[in-house]
Design a protein around this ligand. Structure first.
Ligand code: GDP
Length: 171
């Protein structure tokens, strides 16, 4: 039964205003999104089931409030590090988080770097290549999306779950 299934912890991290909340809202409308556990009143944590290739994966998505440090969350299975392509400081902040997470060699969580706001092309400060090359160097997954246009957000959700399945340290 689903009670025996592990629930994987997914943490949305990144600077304030990069679109973490907007992304989680779009996840909820995805065709891959299954049952939503509404027993939490806390909007920053949701347990959901994601159905991909006939396989169900249970995840807890934590959208961290700006006043909370991501390091306070432990046993994280996947970090979704979000920055805005229009904001160089949010990219630098994302890189700092990426390096901090990778310094912890005890666990090997999935890491996905997300370049958000791809619709704001004219205000772009970080190229697609810059994000991609960083991830080649750091060996993590990279994706450029637009939460507002819901562009590639489904791919991101599938990517998160695939990365979790590739890092089966909890199973
Ligand atoms: P958070 O602080 O990381 O949770 O960021 P929010 O999800 O609250 O988004 C901050 C602001 O950026 C809001 O005004 C959003 O509407 C806007 N935003 C989020 N994602 C996008 C996007 O993909 N494109 C554009 N143009 N704006 C976005």
């Amino acid at each position: 039964s689903s009670c025996d299934q592990p629930i994987f912890r997914v943490l949305m991290v990144g600077a304030h205003g990069v679109g973490k909340t907007a992304l989680v809202q779009q996840f909820m409308t995805s065709e891959y999104m299954g049952a939503l556990d509404t027993s939490f009143d806390d909007d920053s944590e949701r347990t959901v089931s994601v159905l991909i290739d006939g396989e169900e994966t249970m995840i807890d998505i934590y959208d961290i409030p700006p006043d909370k440090d991501y390091k306070r969350y432990d046993n994280v299975d996947a970090y979704v590090i979000v920055y805005s392509i229009t904001d160089r400081s949010s990219f630098n902040h994302g890189v700092d988080i990426l390096e901090e997470i990778m310094c912890d060699t005890e666990r090997h969580p999935a890491i996905i770097l997300v370049a958000n706001k791809s619709d704001l092309l004219r205000s772009r400060q970080i190229t697609n290549d810059e994000g991609r090359e960083l991830c080649v160097k750091k060996d993590c997954k990279y994706i450029e999306v637009s939460a507002v246009l819901n562009h590639k957000v489904d791919d991101l959700l599938v990517g998160i779950v695939s990365q979790i399945r590739l890092h089966p340290h909890r199973i």
